[in-house]
Design a protein around this ligand. Structure first.
Ligand SMILES: Nc1ncnc2c1ncn2[C@@H]1O[C@H](COP(=O)(O)OP(=O)(O)OP(=O)(O)O)[C@@H](O)[C@H]1O
Length: 708
């Protein structure tokens, strides 16, 4: 699209030149002394935008937004530049009829460079999850959105940045002037004034740099806090499968190091980009004022240098990464083989392993040869560049000498010119570094943005939260496969009724689908077909918090968090009193051992969690479920570690509450008393009834009971 739009860009530049020529001609013909200062320049720019935008339609039916941006940039760059200069008090524009030809050319070249960077996107596009392409410009725009709440502070930061850069840019100019005065070339009356400016700029430069740096750091810390908070709460909303696909370690690294990297890259590189661009343009303009011929020579030399340097940096970075990967792979190969030497030996695979390692070494050798070739070529180019540099310096001196002798510039001007060369090349390097650096981290940033934007792959929770809940559950033709194995349904058109206030048991061999039913009931996954009803309403129509408070799960291996034992029982509940904790612990038969602990409910689980036995942990988990005053309690092998007496005491307690009990068990002894027993195998219900009924029918349940 860029190539296709080239004639349009050319047309825009031609129109711009044509308008300037018309302006020059009119001023000469009508004998106007100026174009009307800044207001005139702005009016002229706005007129140009309207006319050029209207006329580009003749050459391009549908000009892209980039073309429109280009038109705006070409037209507005000069008035903006002159306005800023007038604001900081350095404009000489008011004294001139119109900007010089050099300035107009500079504005056009800057616009071309800026648009080229923007449109080329400088990226190869980063693949977003779902195959969507997210280029680095889009990434940058997205990240800038997160800076928006701090836009006022950002304005301050950029204000300090511009002031600092302006000070930096004017220091060499005044150094040259002061030197001229020392040589008596300029009027001595100006000496103190120029010295004052020099001192002011020299003081302003570090002061504004410090203010700019401090403000940026502060904005950055606020951005990190904001993005991490948003990312963390969005991660917590994701469906369970997401956490199976993305390991906690990688998510934590996204949350911490990648968000830090994102903020740092964008803030520091925007800072560098703006600083180097403004500084570069300001210095170029001052250099053009000193001598456009010398500037042209310098720009040619620096362009070549930057091109060579940036190409080499890109290649060397890519190859270093390739080398690191190659080394890691070789390391892995050697460790794997040497670590499993018994298997290698017993399979007689030594020659095979030696061959594999040999091929990996060949790859490494080829890579190192390529690296050597590149660095040798770069060395030659650097020598050539050094020669070029000396040649151009000699040309500048020769040209400078003739300009001095013709009185066009002073010795101070020539000195100032040389003083500008170093900072200008540093600005170009900074600019290239910033764009390269941003490009290399665009992938990391795109990933963070992908997580920030991710919407959970589950039905959103509803608003139902009835005061009274009977606790009846019905599975209606539920078909379910785990998202990681979509072709392998673990529940096949399952229909099941769990009566309110009764005890229902799910039994059957391992892998039959019992835990999957429980997971669906807790909405950890969504069924692909059919629905699950709670008191006649689909599960997803209940409020998220309400559902998990009324339907509680006690897993076989409960997880206790660090913190006090009390906070573990009341986990996730606001306004949970000690009385409520004690009552829940009593009903879960956990009060006995808790009271024996030195700090009772304040005992720190970080230290003590590991000391609790499996049975005690299960009691804490049952208390955690009971403190929520649930209407449905799911016990997934939840009392397997309790001794028989405690098991019966807990079961009696729970049955006496009138709550619905859904018990998953391997040991049939624990479910003999259940009101209803469902035998599951291969994701379907094979048999159901009471214990005596099922035993009498002598089917699968009976056979299973014989072995358990
Ligand atoms: N997260 C998962 N991803 C993919 N498949 C799973 C997942 N969890 C369980 N499965 C599979 O689903 C099937 C049913 O497992 P489920 O845990 O529901 O059976 P179960 O009857 O509870 O067995 P157990 O008594 O051993 O816990 C099994 O084949 C299992 O391999």
């Amino acid at each position: 699209s860029t190539i296709k739009a080239l004639p349009t860009y050319g047309f825009v530049l031609l129109l711009d030149i044509m308008f300037w020529l018309i302006l020059f001609a009119e001023l000469v013909l009508l004998q106007f002394p100026s174009c009307g200062g800044l207001p005139g320049l702005w009016t002229f720019a706005v007129l140009k935008i309207i006319l050029i935008n209207t006329w580009t339609v003749y050459i391009d039916d549908k000009p892209t937004p980039v073309v429109k941006r280009f038109v705006t940039l070409v037209c507005l760059l000069l008035p903006v530049f002159e306005s800023v200069r007038t604001l900081v008090g350095f404009s000489t524009f008011n004294g001139r009829p119109v900007p010089t030809l050099g300035m107009i050319a500079l504005a056009q070249i800057s616009s071309i460079i800026a648009c080229a960077f923007w449109e080329m996107d400088l990226t190869h596009g980063q693949k977003k999850k779902g195959g969507q392409n997210l280029g680095s410009t889009a990434v940058l725009k997205r990240v800038l959105k997160y800076f928006m709440p701090d836009r006022l502070y950002l304005m301050f930061a950029f204000f300090f940045l511009i002031l600092g850069v302006a000070c930096d840019a004017y220091i060499p100019l005044y150094q040259g002037r002061v030197i001229d005065m020392l040589r008596g070339q300029l009027y001595q009356t100006h000496f103190l004034k120029n010295l004052g400016w020099l001192a002011l700029f020299s003081l302003g430069s570090p002061l504004f740099a410090a203010l700019r740096g401090g403000t940026f750091m502060w904005i950055l810390s606020r951005l990190n806090q904001r993005v991490k908070g948003l990312l963390y709460s969005n991660l917590l909303q994701q469906e369970i499968q997401f956490f199976e696909d993305n390991k906690p370690g990688s998510l934590a690294s996204r949350l911490h190091s990648d968000v830090d990297k994102m903020g740092k890259t964008v803030a520091l590189n925007c800072n560098l980009l703006v600083r180097s661009t403004i500084k570069g343009v300001l210095m170029l303009q001052l250099m053009v004022r000193l001598s456009w011929q010398l500037t042209l020579l310098t720009v040619v030399e620096m362009g070549l240098l930057s091109l060579i340097q940036s190409q080499y940096s890109v290649y060397s970075k890519e190859m270093k990464e390739e080398l690191q990967d190659c080394q890691a792979e070789n390391n892995r190969l050697a460790t794997q083989t040497l670590g499993n030497i018994r298997v290698v030996r017993s399979c007689g695979a030594e020659p095979y392993e030696a061959g594999v390692y040999g091929r990996a070494l060949d790859q490494m050798r080829d890579l190192k040869t390529r690296m050597g070739l590149y660095s040798a070529t770069f060395l030659v180019l650097r020598r050539v560049r050094r020669l070029l540099n000396v040649g151009i310096k000699v040309l500048i001196l020769v040209q400078g000498r003739s300009l001095i002798s013709s009185g066009q510039i002073t010795v101070g001007d020539l000195l100032a010119f040389f003083l500008y060369q170093g900072p200008l090349s540093a600005s170009i390097r900074e600019f290239l570094y910033a764009t390269g650096e941003f490009e290399s981290t665009a992938g990391v940033i795109a990933k963070v943005l992908g997580y920030l934007d991710r919407t959970p792959n589950a039905k959103p929770a509803g608003r139902l939260a009835p005061e009274a809940l009977a606790g009846g559950i019905r599975f209606q033709n539920v078909t379910f496969a785990y998202p990681s194995t979509p072709d392998k349904p673990v529940l096949k058109s399952l229909s099941l009724e769990v009566r309110p206030g009764k005890m229902t048991a799910l039994v059957g061999p391992s892998g039959g689908g019992k835990t999957s039913c429980v997971s669906l009931l807790k909405r950890l996954y969504e069924p692909q077909d059919g629905q699950i009803l709670l008191d006649g309403q689909p599960l997803h129509s209940y409020q998220h918090k309400y559902l998990h408070q009324k339907v509680t799960l006690v897993p076989q291996n409960p997880i206790l968090f660090s913190g006090s034992l009390g906070s573990n029982i009341g986990y996730g509940l606001e306004n949970c009193t000690l009385g409520m904790l004690k009552e829940a612990a009593r009903r879960a038969s956990a009060d006995g051992f808790i009271e024996s602990l030195e700090q009772k409910y304040d005992t720190d689980m970080g230290e003590c969690g590991v000391k609790l036995g499996a049975g005690q942990r299960q009691c804490v988990a049952i208390a955690r479920a009971l403190v929520r005053t649930p209407r449905v309690i799911i016990l997934d092998e939840a009392t397997s570690s309790l001794d028989a007496d405690v098991q019966h005491a807990v079961a009696r307690q729970l049955r006496g509450q009138g709550v619905t009990l859904l018990v998953v068990a391997h040991q049939l002894r624990t479910v003999e008393e259940a009101d209803h027993i469902v035998f599951m195998e291969g994701g379907a219900i094979v048999e159901q009834g009471t214990h005596p009924e099922l035993m009498a029918s002598r089917g699968r349940y009976h056979r299973h009971a014989m072995f358990h």
